[in-house]
Design a protein around this ligand. Structure first.
Ligand code: ADP
Length: 404
């Protein structure tokens, strides 16, 4: 079975074609700068040994329909293709950012689902509209294949009310749906499944804290295999310090900025989402560079790392208390998978809580799933590479097998 996974942004389409018999990607690609004069398409094939061919082309791709049509041409290309005809694609899985309270799991897309995703646009004004475009375009290009929506928010729909409600007038929740939704659900769910397999624990008895540290960053307390609390909220701004987002701040900060710095809503939005976080301290948000600067003695970079790691540590404590019993802590995504320094700082001096890293294992440069905890650490500390596209492909397969 072949499943095409699509993640559509306002001017981009990320895609992967999965061979579900092998549970792995055959092609990984990206179309960028759609609508611009020089759109860029990068298309890579991956064979069973992990080798493959890459094609990069620059041309004008006017819209998402043209972009997906070109992707299909390449997928069936005699040199760069991996299938003979698009009819070999059984189903298309779409990343959809916001499923609101309506979607607790992935679903086959029909008119009712499309309407609900549209109804959720106020909750994700930047993401749901391009996700909808991707679905419409894929429907025209693959009219016979089921389309499946996999939501970033769905994994977190198991969060109990005490954790998802803000202490605001209750009508704001009832009438305007103001609550914690959480994001990165596909990643937190994927590493939960993989970590359970890695440890040989039944997922429904598995308590863990998943720490996703990419450009965006979030943590989830997972109880009995289900999301119990998560650090992102109504929007992805809440919680951890991120590349350019502040994470938690005093909610009264916008009043201060408006009164004293004469900033309007747009300025404050820009400040908190694009100019803060790691970038706010050092002007850059690439963690590798920040670590290099800190090692070279740059005080701002050191401060950025301190604040970044301290916030994570604080959430580890909070989520440990929320869960009561903890089996594992899982680091994932670009920084979580690749930065021994950040992992070490987050877990420093937590041995009283049963959390102790083995620094030799932590420093090993590896790409696979691994345990970096000391032998006397009561709680396992794992590094599990995330793969959101694989989760979307697996979910798509599960959903279409359920309807057939
Ligand atoms: P996105 O959220 O865009 O998918 P990624 O999960 O790819 O992001 O993570 C990007 C982040 O990972 C960047 O800040 C990058 O600097 C960081 N990163 C990648 N490799 C390393 C490394 N070896 N050491 C520290 N940080 C790294």
């Amino acid at each position: 079975m072949k499943i095409l996974v699509i993640n559509t942004g306002s001017s981009s389409i990320k895609y992967q074609l999965f061979d579900m018999d092998r549970d792995s990607a055959m092609v990984i690609g990206l179309v960028e700068k759609i609508g611009e004069k020089n759109s860029i398409l990068t298309h890579k094939t991956i064979d069973q040994n992990g080798d493959g061919k890459e094609k990069v082309e620059t041309s004008h791709i006017a819209d998402h329909t043209k972009g997906l049509a070109r992707i299909v041409e390449l997928l069936t290309d005699p040199e760069y293709g991996v299938i003979r005809d698009k009819s070999e694609i059984t189903a298309v899985g779409h990343r959809v950012v916001h499923g609101g309270e309506q979607f607790k799991s992935s679903t086959v897309i029909n008119e009712k689902v499309l309407k609900t995703v549209k109804d959720n646009i106020p909750l994700a004004p930047l993401h749901n509209p391009p996700n909808l475009t991707g679905i419409e375009v894929a429907k025209t290009i693959f009219p016979g294949a089921p389309q499946v929506a996999v939501f970033d928010t769905a994994f977190h729909q198991s969060i109990p009310q005490k954790a998802y409600l803000y202490a605001l007038p209750y009508d704001l929740y009832l009438k305007n749906r103001v609550r914690r939704y959480g994001f990165h659900g596909t990643s937190h769910a994927y590493v939960t499944v993989e970590a359970a397999k890695f440890m040989g624990i039944s997922r429904d008895k598995f308590n863990l804290i998943t720490i996703h540290l990419g450009n965006g960053a979030s943590m989830t307390a997972v109880k009995n295999g289900r999301s119990f609390d998560t650090s992102m909220g109504l929007t992805p701004l809440e919680g951890l310090v991120m590349g350019t987002r502040s994470g938690d701040v005093d909610p009264a900060l916008p009043f201060f900025l408006a009164r004293n710095l004469d900033m309007d809503l747009k300025d404050i939005d820009q400040l908190l989402n694009k100019e803060s976080g790691i970038k706010g301290f050092c002007g850059i948000n690439d963690m590798r560079e920040v670590e290099d600067r800190a090692r070279a003695g740059d005080e701002r970079a050191k401060t950025a790392l301190d604040v970044y790691a301290y916030r994570i540590k604080k959430y580890i404590g909070a989520y440990y208390a929320a869960l009561g019993r903890l089996d594992a802590i899982v680091f994932t995504a670009g920084i979580g998978e690749n930065s021994p320094l950040i992992r070490s700082m987050c877990c420093k001096d937590l041995q009283e809580l049963g959390i102790k890293i083995d620094e030799d294992k932590n420093r090993e440069r590896r790409k696979d799933e691994r345990d970096i905890s000391a032998t006397d650490s009561r709680i396992r500390i794992l590094v599990i590479p995330t793969n959101e596209e694989k989760r979307i492909a697996r979910e798509t397969k599960r959903v279409i097998e359920h309807i057939n």
